[in-house]
Design a binder for this molecule. Sequence first.
Ligand code: CO8
Length: 311
Amino acid sequence: MLRSFVSRPTLGRISLSPRTVGGALSIHCKWVTTEAVNNEVQLVRHTGADQGILTLSLHRPKAKNALSRSLVSDFRKALEEIRNDREARVVILRSTVPGVFCAGADLKERATMSPAEVEQFLYSMKMSFKELESLPQPTIAALDGAALGGGFELSLCCDLRIAGPRAILGLPETSLAIIPGAGGTLRLTRLIGSSQTKALVFTGRRFGPYPALSMGIVNDVVEPVECMDEKNTEEHGLGYERALEWAREILPNGPIAVRMAKRSIDHASSVDPATGLDVEQLCYAQVIPTEDRLEGLRAFKEKRKPVYKGR
Ligand code: CO8
């Protein structure tokens, strides 16, 4: 169930009809109000059985969610809020613009910037990517359209990626005589290895959900639906719907355990095995004194589902 919002006076508050935020949401969800960092970045806290799931949406239709200075700045504000939200258990990053997840860096704005401004902007963009990657909660990117260049790199900062039928991925930077410099060469190499990464970066080729699945870039793919409306807008949001299913599977698990597992796994690929095992031990030590661990043991004994409180 998706509804509501805790509003903060310092942030703007806007009302959105389902249609303005994308087709598929209107099928399953009722939007009432959203807390918005501004109109281009929207943060929804789910309620009821879905409490603990947060949806962070990009909504800059006129530029296909291209990463402008203002969008990145608002995105960072939203991430800071999520980071400090103790109730947040799973975060979904999605687009509410049909046909696109994110078109990468804003190439038009970039052309108007001085070299100093470009440098400042690139720093801010890279920081926002790091901030997303280092969120304590598990994150899922719902790819319901084009995720290109910096847009694809953005999705690589999430823990999981789910592709809708219309997902198109690619790193076209070399065709613009630049490189995927927002962490893309590193993060993609870690994910799929250097040979596959080189193939994608050297060619700048665009590819769909199934090649992405077979390369291990996405975790799940939604089949195309047989009946589509003319513009395929009903298919926009199917990746998000699937991402919600994944979030609901994560939600009942011990929140501190999930966060600690994320931290340990994130270290695994960047440290030597001995250090990795030490980090795992430290993360394990964090769950030992929790009430949730005792609740898990009790629930097992009593043959019931545990109710974890994140304590
Ligand atoms: N920047 C600015 N505006 C954009 C961008 C963009 N990246 N992408 C699309 N737009 C604008 C278009 O110019 C157009 O504007 P207008 O209506 O004024 O002409 C509007 O969005 C709609 O675009 P389309 O008509 O092309 O829409 P389609 O639905 O046909 O296609 C696509 C959508 C597939 C997303 C298409 O627009 C496209 O291919 N865009 C370019 C994608 C691209 O090349 N991205 C890579 C950018 S480079 C990058 O991200 C590098 C990051 C590295 C950072 C390094 C940090 C150190």
